[in-house]
Design a protein around this ligand. Structure first.
Ligand code: NI
Length: 393
């Protein structure tokens, strides 16, 4: 049984299927934006299109003079060929909603429909339909475009196959990791494969580096604080009988707090420089900083938990079972204003083995009603908090 009005539930399920069938890659979500705007128009909700190119921002009025509560969905799909066999599978070759962002968009539109009907909201509500989450650039672009202007708090969430449908997962502290990439370019001395004494072998230097980098997480970081250093690429060499003079390593670094994040990046640099020096090679280390860790402050997690209990009942509000080392660019919003990020159980029996970003990823659509009910509840609870703060000041 859906937790929201049947007519709204039916609309968001069919809308989700339309989006699922017509997925668009990061930065190209213009068809998705048009579907969103049409839906909002039907419920009399004002919206602005073309925010940060393909983003949509909608505003629902509430008590004037109170900062707005922001609710955020992401809208982009992934470059994956769908293999779910669903009858509303993607018709766009090589593009798929494999992370549930079609669901996130549908549940937020459900909340918009429900909230548009409410009289006297304690604070205005703003809905952000953010593009390009998968690239990690959409949130910053929306912030630069003014999506948080006049905002007091922000809430978001993600579908999760690990939890049963109907469940909302609320956690204090880190719920997603930071994500930074690094490149190490090694310049040694190429030589004939039979004359190693005339070389500085960039393959050997790079291999030693990769092994030494493994000791950062295992020997330098507190084991109680999750972290990852993965080298994903190692390019070198041109022929079996030529010693490579150059090599390039590229990898990713994940951490759940800013101190560990700094420590990982500085250890990578120190280890790479030391090993290069040990063998007389030159190196260039560069780091491309990505999303910060996503951390729920306890008072905001508490507010989200109360909203979740209101939406689905205490027995369906669960703690986070394991740390997630994936990244989520919602963290950029939380650097600006308070808020919280939750997870919506979406398990489909028999499909638990297909994670997000897999070609067979699917979720249980009852989660759409759960998400809409949660967003409605959190918009009102957070709105009351903001209104009370305003009255006291
Ligand atoms: Ni996602």
């Amino acid at each position: 049984m859906p937790l929201i009005r049947q007519d709204v539930y039916d609309r968001i399920v069919s809308l989700r299927r339309v989006l699922h069938q017509h997925p668009e890659l990061s930065g190209q979500e213009s068809g998705t934006a048009a579907v969103i705007a049409d839906f909002l128009r039907d419920f009399g909700v004002q919206c602005r299109m073309n925010v940060a190119d393909t983003g949509v921002v909608a505003d629902i009025p509430g008590k004037t003079g109170v900062p707005c509560v922001v609710l955020r969905a992401d809208t982009d799909a992934l470059p994956i060929q769908e293999e779910t066999g669903l009858d509303f599978a993607s018709v766009h070759e090589g593009v798929m909603h494999a992370c549930g962002h079609d669901g996130h968009t549908a549940m937020l539109l459900g909340a918009a429909a429900l909230l548009s009907d409410e009289k006297d909201l304690p604070a205005p509500v703003r809905l952000i339909f953010q593009p390009a989450e998968e690239k990690g650039t959409g949130a910053q672009a929306m912030i630069h475009a003014g999506a948080l202007d006049g905002a007091g708090m922000i809430f978001g969430g993600h579908l999760d196959r690990h939890y049963q449908p109907g469940a909302i997962v609320v956690a204090d502290g880190a719920v997603n990791a930071s994500s930074d990439n690094f490149t190490i370019e090694i310049v040694g001395q190429g030589a004939h494969g039979a004359r190693p004494h005339e070389s500085i072998d960039a393959v050997v230097v790079g291999s030693l580096m990769i092994m030494a980098l493994q000791t950062i997480v295992s020997r330098e970081i507190d084991p109680a604080r999750p972290s990852v250093v993965s080298v994903g690429q190692f390019h070198a060499g041109t022929a079996p009988n030529v010693i490579a003079g150059q090599a390039k390593l590229e990898g990713t670094v994940r951490a759940q707090d800013v101190i560990v994040r700094r420590q990982l990046l500085s250890s990578i640099r120190r280890i790479a420089e030391s090993i290069a020096q040990l063998h007389g090679a030159k190196i260039l280390v560069s780091v491309r900083e990505g999303t910060p860790p996503l951390i729920n402050q306890p008072d905001m997690a508490d507010l989200a938990r109360r909203a979740a209990i209101e939406a689905v009942g205490e027995e369906n509000v669960l703690p986070l079972r394991t740390a997630n080392m994936g990244a989520e660019d919602f963290s950029y919003y939380l650097e600006q204003i308070p808020g919280a990020y939750v997870r919506f159980g979406g398990q489909v029996p028999g499909k638990e083995g297909f994670p997000a970003h897999s070609s067979k990823f699917d979720f249980d659509e009852t989660a759409l009603g759960v998400g809409a009910a949660y967003y409605r509840a959190v918009a009102k609870l957070a709105g009351q908090r903001l209104r009370d703060q305003q009255n006291r000041s």
